[in-house]
Ligand binder design. Sequence first.
Ligand code: BGC
Length: 515
Amino acid sequence: MPVFAIIPVSLLFLVVYLLVSSSTSNAQHVRRSEFPDNFLFGTAISAYQVEGGYLEDGKGLSNWDVFSHIPGNIKNNENGDIADDSYHLFWEDAEIAHSLGVNAYRFSISWARILPRGRFGEVNPGGIEFYNKVIDNLLLRGIEPFVTIHHFDHPQELGDRFGGWLSPLMQEEFVLLAETCFKSFGDRVKYWTTINEPNMFAEMGYVRGDFAPARCSQPFGNCSAGNSDKEPFIVVHNMLLAHAKAVKLYREQFQPKQGGSIGIVAHTHMYEPLRDVESDHQAVDRVLAFTGGWVFDPVVFGDYPPEMRQYHRSELPWFSAEETEYVKGSIDFIGINHYSTLYAKDCIHSPCVSGGDHFIRGFAYTTGERDGILIGEPTGVQRFYVVPRGMEKIVDHVSKRYKNIPIYVTENGYSPPLAVPNLVHDVNRIEFHKGYLAALARAIRKGADVRGYFIWSLMDNFEWAGGYSSRFGLYHVDRATMERVPKLSAKWFRHFLANRRTMIATRTEASAAVM
Ligand code: BGC
């Protein structure tokens, strides 16, 4: 009699389930020891998304304070007035980060807290004191502060006076902010990034108009003012020049004494050809150039990508000879925020919809779907699918294109589909990070010089136009009490960092999967 004939059916199912789940786990198995000893493992947040305290101790109004108060701009009309109240609970945030075992913590400076009126006013001592406390608290716990100088929020007054990043005047404003940061915190901060995602800031604020200052034109969005074909290029150009001027100052006046390093961060999806045809492969190259390359090519090579210049229209600005001098090579490392992968289809040789036929899209149409099948599991954010292999591919791409420059993965994270009710039993997030970390480890084994990885995010927070509906955190934040409640993924990350295997009940209480 065959053996299975004497095994009860339920047991058979359990055995099959365990075999399947353990093979899935093996496929995604990854250990801390696969990364270099001095690798930075951290979590990431940004000022407006967590701080709150929006008018406290001398802080001025920011563009996001104003934007989020306009009805209809943010889902459920929410705002960051209180956010996660990190302005008052920063020590607790440092403590929970410490309890995870991270050795780095990425956060950003609220510009309106430090220089509420930019160059039109004074430095706010309350703001300096706040970030001194944050930095000292982290260092006390053996955690490196990894500081973003500008992450989407700036004093509203700079927008009102001269149009914010649409004006070259913003460059000097940013340099003053950066100088104030280097002077005040540079004795203790060894990792700086100047600006978070100029490409995403331009895309959301000036192509689609979903973020402050909500400028755009058809067919990309419905705004009262703006020009989606032109303004994004001006904004990014000003940001790159501001970045380069700040780095020049840092290198001349601070770095020799302070000994830190400085970089810039871009939003970097990976792309795969929709069809295995030459034109779609070329579309992939173009989209990569028109997204991450838009930011990284200038700061490494001194000009926008050849792929952008090839199709250059008058919209794409030029760097003068003098500017090229200081823009070129203006980074010690590259920061990539990577979440997902999409398919790209060529729009030069065949017709496209949804703006794919526009210069700003690199004449490529991008989608998460091929023949009715999604590229990966959907998440709570549109066009963010779970595609772990994309991490290996994007790191490979960046590392090759930029001659193996040091790379930090400054953001990578998962927000569950909005319909998923379970707040803390976040098995999908664990699977996400295991898959992406395994792919990152493969890229490192192939030779990429990756030096750090930051999970977005330490805790659920204000997700810009999405309000509090997205939940990227390792910790859930009770919005009534502000209590930080660890999710299963926090436990997993702690064990991962301690290089320990752990048993965590995942899919059902009865089935224990080895992670
Ligand atoms: C931004 C974060 C944002 C995250 C998730 C990144 O592009 O830097 O501020 O919360 O994506 O959408």
